[in-house]
Design a protein around this ligand. Structure first.
Ligand SMILES: O=P(O)(O)OC[C@@]1(O)O[C@H](CO)[C@@H](O)[C@@H]1O
Ligand SMILES: [Mg+2]
Ligand SMILES: [Mg+2]
Length: 290
């Protein structure tokens, strides 16, 4: 039985190759298009990097499937099957990329039978390569990672994001969540602009928790296994099991911190990533899946 190490090694090498395209464009002026909201941006580089990654993987593993952010935006389905599947965010942190704020990552997760086998997050400008393989630990540039183990939420640095949603309910929910956390109190609240890198900071122990409502599976699939393999926990913001399609996540140093955050954080409605977009629309108004 394959342990998928050949796929992991290939994923790492193409992530590094594709980062050259990201870095070559990083300091240049970008042409920006909007997706679901005025803060949900896409550039030609996002689309090109996704094409580079998918065509390389397809040439090597022709039977594998894909869920890619920009492919889904172009109308491809976002459904996880039992087949080997690569879940790709070509640039996580496109707003950062457009503004030259130096936290942008290529995020690649690989699932089989709907279980994540490995995750790769390459923070391109920082040249930080995070990866984890199921049952084999999490690493940053080859060094083993360990989450902080913190159990007391009042001693935590908590990372979150104000996402791309700009409707009143989403904005008031996101800001009141931050207010309630600060009132616990926690030591600090941070946001880097990329869910993938934010969550990897929980894996390093530099942050103790991360939560987010409204992100997509490609933002967090890779970093979720990196957190778990570093000894952290991931769950839904409602306290149930982690579901990468639910648009809700808590990643934490310990179950007790994750539960404390789940008690404080409220969610606003978001359509699941794998929900048929023709059937129901809730959450922020917009095009392509929000
Ligand atoms: O569209 P992108 O860049 O792939 O991803 C969206 C995203 O960067 O937006 C949020 C911050 O606004 C992050 O949490 C999330 O990862
Ligand atoms: Mg993203
Ligand atoms: Mg992206």
């Amino acid at each position: 039985m394959s342990d998928w190490t050949d796929c992991l090694d290939f994923g790492v090498s193409i992530a590094k190759q594709a980062s050259e395209t990201v870095l070559a464009a990083f300091l240049l002026q970008k042409e920006v298009q909007l997706k679901s909201s005025p803060a949900d941006l896409v550039t030609e580089t996002d689309q090109r990097v996704e094409r580079i990654l998918i065509s390389a993987i397809r040439a090597r593993f022709p039977l594998h499937r894909f869920i890619g952010e920009e492919s889904v935006a172009a109308g491809e389905p976002c459904v996880l099957t039992d087949e080997p599947t690569w879940i790709i965010d070509p640039i996580d942190g496109t707003v950062n990329f457009v503004h030259r704020f130096p936290f942008v990552a290529i995020s690649i997760a690989f699932t089989v039978n709907k279980q994540t086998e490995f995750g790769i997050v390459y923070s391109c400008v920082e040249d930080k390569l995070f990866h984890a393989q199921r049952g084999r630990g999490a690493f940053l540039n080859g060094e083993k990672l360990q989450a902080s183990g913190q159990e007391d939420v009042s001693k935590c640095v908590v990372v979150t994001e104000i996402g791309a949603e700009r409707d009143d309910l989403a904005l008031s929910t996101m800001t009141s969540n931050i207010l309630r956390l600060l009132q616990l109190p926690v030591h600090g609240v941070r946001a880097l602009g990329t869910a993938a890198v934010d969550m990897c900071h929980v894996a390093t122990g530099g942050a103790d928790a991360y939560y987010h409502i409204g992100m997509h599976c490609w933002d967090i699939a890779a970093s979720a296994i990196i957190v778990q393999e570093a000894g952290g926990v991931v769950m839904d913001t409602d306290g149930s099991d982690f579901d990468m399609m639910s648009r809700r996540v808590i990643a934490a140093s310990s179950t007790s911190v994750a539960n404390s955050i789940a008690q404080v954080v409220q969610a606003f409605p978001c359509r699941r990533d794998d929900e048929d977009p023709t059937r129901c629309v809730c959450g922020a108004a917009g095009v392509k899946g929000v």
